[in-house]
Design a protein around this ligand. Structure first.
Ligand code: GDP
Length: 633
């Protein structure tokens, strides 16, 4: 196998280091895994097959026509067309039938990746590890001052000589205080945090929860607390805007302690720091507390090995091509390193720090912007440096194939009906729920009734409410559902467009109810394994009301713009106002200009009338849907 060698620095990574044996293992590339072996009628070289490939690709490799492969697949009970993806095991069976010996390509890569992953996790146990800066995310309710706080920290603590040097943000930055560094992620709010977690990346070492002292705990504050707790990340509360005469920090402490965030001074374990992002007060105290928390958790990494880490942000720059901000988590990233990031790879052609200064090296917890990847990875993807360019490319290609496979796979995360199988097998299952409702009152009633089921029903299934809150089902609720493997329940609320897209993409089971006893009943049935799927609402699309017109008949017609999917006449509609359902009923009329039409697609405007509802308002969202019977599992 032609090994690629780095220009320079090779000896640092080569033999002698514990990592040296990796090379040995990979050197065994020729010793392939022969998984299926039968007497082959024709003497030929074994054929290497990737983890997934299309029927057409398989036919090509086996030097037969696509029809022949399809025929073999049919013998195995698989109906496939030429574009269908098959996995290695299936492909190998077909190959064997056609007289080939096979080996799985990339299995040596799998062991390399496993090796990297274990090294990534080794972290603190690695005897060569040294202290690294903490990585901090700022979360909290909108307008509580997250952005202002990030700016205040940045402007007061950029390293000597760098002041004023930061104009453009790269998604993360480092500051220095008391001769020590701290890394801040520059996308405040928990969307980024949860999106990363949903992709399996744990980036944050400490979370700062910002709460405005004049406003107190708000819905997003509670949501952020749920996310931080479920991620098991240490928390520091920054009580902001203490410069305001209306500031009431004690009320914030009171409110947070009620939701399980107990201040240290009240005997709890959460440090609270009072700050004013606007007046730049308390910033030093906050940083000091963050360093103390970091010390407590002994954050370490070994800088002396090939880098691994996480993609913070990535985009295509019209003149520079794919550009990605990486956060190095262990090892050191060097200019000209070859790295795999998610399903793409490339050689680091240029590297910039958070001041846009060219650098040649990035050590643990440092954010850097790099050029040289062949494609754009996704935020939350992990990256790792490879010594072997060919291996990097193969791994990236293999991951792309896996992504295609995943997209095709019907395997979905938890479904309410899955519980049935688990219970049938006599296993104890936990049914995790995320609960969203229109008002606090119903939320409380529903939670209480649900939790009572734990005592009532037979003990095979236990119910756990991961998070409950009011308002529309958002993307971050879905992300939390992905990481906690929960089912989302909406009571009189619906997902917003982004939430719907995320739920569809992740295959999260989202259920809607408008009658409490029905909700409780269905959950109870699921818990006792008797769930009978009946009808399901299938969303056709979303439109936004941009104008309203009163007809001579006094009926009101909404001038709408279709945002997503399509709107269909004679189907059903829900009118959503700030995520709450204000009307549910039929779509009476649908027009483009003066003409009646059957449906209107995304990107077009239309006039829409609802059956028996005239209180339509500009800014309302209209969800067009139809009912569909669901097969009983
Ligand atoms: P974010 O939505 O959480 O990122 O909040 P911003 O940082 O955008 O701040 C929201 C508003 O609060 C802005 O008008 C800020 O100027 C103001 N603000 C932020 N921090 C403070 C503070 O410490 N004191 C006062 N009086 N206003 C603040």
């Amino acid at each position: 196998m032609p090994e690629f060698h780095r220009t320079g620095g090779g000896s640092r990574r080569g033999g002698g280091r514990p990592g040296g044996n990796r090379r040995g293992r990979r050197g065994g590339h020729g010793a392939r895994t022969v998984t299926v072996k039968r007497a082959a009628p024709v003497e030929r070289e074994p054929v290497g097959l990737p983890a997934v490939l299309s029927v057409a690709e398989l036919a090509d490799k086996l030097e037969v026509s696509g029809i022949e492969v399809i025929r073999e697949l049919m013998k195995l009970g698989i109906m496939a067309n030429l574009n269908q993806q098959v996995d290695y095991n299936t492909a190998a069976k077909v190959a064997t039938e056609l007289g080939w010996e096979t080996f799985e390509q990339g299995s040596e890569l799998a062991s390399m990746v496993a090796d990297f992953e274990s090294r990534r996790q080794e972290g603190e146990q690695d005897p060569d590890s040294v202290a690294r800066p903490p990585v901090i995310t700022i979360m909290g309710h909108v307008d509580h001052g997250k952005t202002k706080l990030l700016d205040a920290i940045r402007s007061t603590h950029v390293a000597e000589g760098e002041a004023g040097g930061i104009t453009q943000h790269i998604g993360a930055y480092q500051v220095e205080t008391q001769g020590r560094k701290l890394t801040f992620l520059d996308t405040p709010g928990h969307e980024a945090f949860t999106a990363m977690r949903a992709r399996g990346a744990q980036v944050t070492d400490v979370a700062v929860l910002v709460v405005a002292a004049d406003d107190g705990v708000m819905p997003t504050t509670r949501e952020a607390v749920a996310h931080i707790k479920s991620a098991n990340v240490p928390m520091v509360v920054a009580v902001n805007k203490i410069d305001l005469p209306t500031a009431n920090p004690d009320r914030v402490k009171q409110q947070l302690s009620e939701i399980g965030v107990m201040p240290e001074e009240w005997g709890g374990d959460i440090p609270f720091v009072e700050v004013s992002a606007r007046e730049k007060l308390g910033i030093d105290d906050l940083l000091e507390v963050l360093l103390l928390v970091a010390d407590l958790h002994e954050l370490k990494a070994n800088p002396d090995k090939p880098a691994t880490g996480v993609v913070i942000e990535a985009r295509v720059d019209s003149s520079r091509g794919p550009v990605a901000t990486l956060l190095v988590q262990s090892g050191t990233l060097n200019l000209r390193d070859v790295a795999v990031a998610g399903a793409t790879w490339g050689r680091v052609k240029a590297m910039f720090d958070d001041h846009r200064k060219r650098v040649r090296k990035a050590s643990p917890s440092a954010p850097v912007e790099i050029m040289g990847l062949v494609d754009v990875p996704e935020a939350g993807d992990t990256f790792m440096v490879f010594e072997d360019e060919r291996a990097a490319r193969t791994l990236a290609e293999q991951r792309q194939a896996e992504h295609r496979m995943e997209a095709l796979s019907t395997d979905r995360p938890v479904k309410l009906t899955d519980l049935y199988d688990q219970v049938q097998e006599g296993k104890t299952a936990e049914l995790r729920l995320i609960l969203k409702a229109d008002v606090m009152g119903s939320l409380g009633a529903i939670s209480a009734a649900l939790l009572k089921l734990n005592e009532e029903t037979d003990q095979h299934v236990q119910l756990a409410i991961q998070y409950s809150g009011t308002g529309a089902i958002t993307e971050s609720d879905i992300n939390l559902a992905v990481t906690t493997q929960s089912i989302v329940i909406g009571f009189n609320v619906r997902p917003d467009a982004a939430g719907r897209r995320a739920a569809d993409a992740a295959g999260i089971d989202v259920r809607y109810y408008s009658v409490i006893y029905q909700l409780i009943d269905e959950v109870k049935q699921a818990m006792t394994g008797l769930l009978a799927p009946v009808f399901e609402d299938v969303t056709d699309g979303y439109a936004e009301v941009r104008d309203t017109f009163k007809l001579p008949s006094n009926d009101v017609v909404a001038g709408c713009y279709v945002l997503d999917g399509k709107v269909v006449r004679n189907s059903r509609a829900r009118v959503l106002r700030s995520g709450t359902v204000v009307f549910e009923g039929g779509i009476k009329s649908l027009k483009r200009f003066k003409d009646d039409v059957r449906e209107v697609a995304a990107g077009y405007e239309c006039g829409l009338g609802l059956e028996g509802f005239n209180d339509i308002q500009v800014g309302d969202q209209i969800e067009s849907y139809h009912r569909q019977e669901v097969a009983r599992s």
